[in-house]
Design a protein around this ligand. Sequence first.
Ligand code: WTA
Length: 668
Amino acid sequence: MEAECVVADDAEELFDASETFKKSALLSSREQYAALYKNSVDDPDGFWSHTASQFFWKSKWEESKAHTENLDVRKGEIRVEWFKGGCTNICYNAVDRHVEAGRGDDVALLWEANDPGFDMKLTYKELLDRVCQLSNYLLAVGIKKGDTVAIYMPMLLELPIAMLACARIGAVHSVVFAGFSAESLAQRILDCKPKVLLTTSGVKRGPKLIKLKEIVDDALNRCVQEGGYSVDYCLTYDNKLAIKREDTPWKEKRDVWWQDVVPNYPTDCPVEWVDAEDPLFLLYTSGSTGKPKGVLHTTGGYMVYTATTFKHAFDYHDGDVYWCTADCGWITGHSYVTYGPLLNKATVLIFEGVPNYPDAGRCWEIVDKYHVTIFYTAPTAIRALMRSGDEPVKRHSRKSLRVLGSVGEPINPSAWRWYFEVVGDSRCPIADTWWQTETGGFMITPLPGCWPLKPGSATLPFFGVQPAVVDENGKELDGECTGFLCMKASWPGIFRSLYGDHARYETTYFAPFKGFYFSGDGCRRDKDGYYWLTGRVDDVINVSGHRIGTAEVESALVAHPLAAEAAVVGIDHEVKGQGIYAFVTLNEGVEYTADLKSSLISTVRCQIGAFAAPDAIHWAPGLPKTRSGKIMRRILRKIASKQLDDLGDISTLADPGVVAQLIEFTDK
Ligand code: WTA
């Protein structure tokens, strides 16, 4: 692991919210925050019990004991429980509760299609009806509490509906991002063995048609061949705007058209009351070894945490129209498209398309069309839009915008400033939210209105979050410092395990620094206590905000019949944040050609998905290894970024000669 200190170009520049903003903000001073924060860490049980009581619980947990935890591997098994013994249902709290409070006619979901001109909306009452029908279908095909349901869908309204329908009946959803390949989908299905898969015939993303059902059929065949496993049903939404039914591959009995069956079910369905610690969902994420990890979240703590973080980080008010550009296939879409906002009764915009189609003004056209007040996106999207200049932004009014958000990777100060000045007309605070699939919700984030922002810093910890910056020996550092970002205590949204592999949960997150949860990120804390995240310190690359394990890309590359070995490192990329740079050793006697480079790249697309395709392939007659056979990525990173006079000590290599060879192969 290597920590690095990235100093912002002008770290001391402060941006404070306007007096008008502060006047109506939920919280508007650092003192107010400090008092609440102190209470949240001095008395976590009291603080979170009070917060949780805003939701509906069929029965309560024991108030004085809202949680129990052990985060110290030296003291035995790692275990976290919040609100154990409390009985609730997150779908009930996100949907029924609002309808029962007389707000059924308020708009829950707005949908904007990939192609301008097509849209839809659902009120909370209509959403409830749709969710119930799907829950009834799932019950009818034999899904019970605790069963897993896989969902492989693009951003249609049916995606959040599917998540809520599972939650309603206590089923565990496992959403797989619809940009993953057949191989990746198969791997995830084989890990969690869902009885039912929910999917779509196809989808348009920008100008491209993606035939999702073809990918699904390929994946399901692989599951049979590689693992002897088949799903009982594949419920397929007929996405008429993208592809015709007759052009969709079909397997009778297993495949069922959604629209043919689901609307026939009743629009009421009883809620399954579950324990706060019953599982809500699995979401696979990349780690530093090849096999994706099934991050397991439970119900009660996740519910309370996502709702509370949403409300405060975005200063949510009744009537806000909220748009998060993330896909529900990632954690951001789970916590901040579906659950967090709906638990607050927000109006949520779901966008099927991409930010620059048909042109770079699309986002702002949508903002004006729906009067979006809170807009949440990733630095990579901001940088891509920034390249098209200010005109596509300024062409639209954007006067409805009140709060902006950023997530996925550190935002560079110049992108921050463009976002603030051009998109937000220097009027909207930016919530740069640092968090992870594992944390469930925001951990370090500005609370707009409470304290001045510094471009590039995620600022201060949320209520109940106790960060520790540690050195390589696991010693907690004080004051201004640089090191590894850990957490000292649990918070309600923390994941409880890795599906089927509690030992890996412990060794990955709790063993590196004993007594702490380790995030895998490096960070710096400045004199004002602000946190500056500096990126991953493990073998994970963050490409356009997507986490990709170097080992996953390497194993995809060596699946190519002509590749003998591969080593992958991240390099700086102007738009994506990081790009993927792959060193590949070919089998003896194979010729180096441009065609072979393309073929290697398409192998990765097929094995993982297009978003993981390497940006560059560098031929490697040999790889720099230590005498014990460990690849020295530090050297590869320097070669990839052409810092050739700064290679460091290469004398410990088994064969220092490979370095000169590699340099010779640059640009070949
Ligand atoms: C990175 C996405 C800096 C970080 C929610 C983390 C960030 C990883 C930020 C988690 C941010 C996310 N500033 N870095 N605001 N947000 N990251 O699991 O490296 O897809 O560990 O969750 O993204 O990625 P994940």
